[in-house]
Design a protein around this ligand. Structure first.
Ligand code: ZN
Ligand code: FE
Length: 264
C-alpha cells in the first residue's frame, strides 16, 4: 500500500506498507510519519533518502527511536547518520520488493532515485526532487547536461512506472508547460484534472512516465514545439558547449527551459 503523507506546505513523504511494517521516503518531518504509524498500527521498518536537503532528511533523527531497520541514502551526500550509503546499480530489498538505485545528479550532486525492479505491472519510482509532474528540480549543484542525462535515465524506465515525486508542484508546473506548448491538449486536459483533485484536497501524484512523456516539457526537449519555444528563450546560447549535436541540442533546450522556469 502506497500513501503520500503531506508535510510542510507542499512536500510528500511517501509511505509504503504491508499492513504491519512501513517504510518512508525522504522524511523531512517526523510528525506526519509518527502520526501515520500510530493511527495505522504500523512499525517503521526503514527509511530511503534521495538527497541531502533539509526538507528530505530533517525528520530522520527524531524517527530513530521507533526505527527498526536501516536508513539508506546516497553515498556521495551528507545524510544525518548512521546510514547505509548507496551507489548507482545497488539493489535495496524492502517489504518483498526490490529497488535499483539510479544516480541522478543535477538538483544536488549526489541525488539518487529508487526504481522498482521485477515483474510489477506498475513499478514504483521514488525520484525525490529530480523529476516532478510536468517539471524537474532546480539545478542547485548540477549542470543542465547532468540533469538531461538523469532525466533520460528515468525516462528509460517502463511507461507504466508510478512516478512518486516529493513535491506538490504539479499545477504551477502545468502553467509553465502550457506556456512552452500552448497547443498541447494533454497539458490542458491534465490541468483540468489536477485542478479538480486539488479542489478536493487530493494529491496529483503519483504520476506515470507515460503521462509525463506527454505533458512534461523537460522530458520533451527533442519535440519540435519544445525546441522552438526554447530557441525563442535563447537556447542557441548554449549549443556552443555541445559535445555532439543531438544530445547537445537537448541539453541546450533543457538549460533554456530551466532558466525560463526559474523566472516564470
Ligand atoms: Zn531538494
Ligand atoms: Fe525538496
Amino acid at each position: 500500500m502506497l500513501t503520500p503523507l503531506p508535510a510542510f506546505s507542499d512536500n510528500y513523504i511517501w509511505m509504503l506498507h504491508d499492513g504491519l511494517t512501513a517504510w518512508v521516503v525522504d522524511p523531512g518531518d517526523a510528525a506526519p510519519v509518527l502520526a501515520a504509524l500510530q493511527s495505522q498500527g504500523l512499525a517503521l521498518g526503514g527509511i530511503l533518502v534521495t538527497h541531502h536537503h533539509a526538507d528530505h532528511v530533517g525528520g530522520i533523527q527524531a524517527l530513530r527511536h521507533v526505527l527498526r531497520g536501516p536508513v539508506f541514502g546516497p553515498a556521495r551526500e551528507r545524510i544525518p547518520g548512521p546510514f547505509t550509503p548507496l551507489h548507482d546499480g545497488d539493489v535495496v530489498e524492502l517489504l518483498g520488493l526490490s529497488f535499483r538505485v539510479i544516480d541522478v545528479p543535477g538538483h544536488t550532486a549526489g541525488h539518487i532515485a529508487y526504481a522498482q525492479q521485477g515483474v510489477a505491472p506498475d513499478p514504483l519510482l521514488f525520484c525525490g526532487d529530480t523529476l516532478f509532474s510536468a517539471g524537474c528540480g532546480r539545478l542547485f549543484e548540477g549542470t543542465p547536461a547532468q540533469m538531461s542525462h538523469s532525466l533520460a535515465r528515468l525516462d528509460a524506465l517502463p511507461a507504466a512506472t508510478r512516478v512518486c515525486c516529493t513535491h506538490e508542484y504539479t499545477l504551477s508546473n502545468l502553467k509553465f508547460a502550457a506556456a512552452v506548448e500552448p497547443d498541447n491538449i494533454d497539458v490542458l486536459n491534465h490541468t483540468r484534472h489536477c485542478q479538480a483533485l486539488r479542489q478536493n484536497g487530493q494529491p496529483t501524484l503519483p504520476s506515470s512516465l507515460a503521462l509525463e512523456r506527454r505533458i512534461n516539457p523537460f522530458l520533451r526537449c527533442s519535440e519540435a514545439t519544445v525546441v522552438a519555444a526554447a530557441r525563442r528563450q535563447g537556447a542557441n546560447n548554449y549549443s556552443d558547449n555541445a559535445s555532439d549535436n543531438d544530445s547537445g541540442e537537448a541539453v541546450a533546450v533543457l538549460a533554456a527551459l530551466r532558466e525560463w522556469k526559474n523566472r516564470f
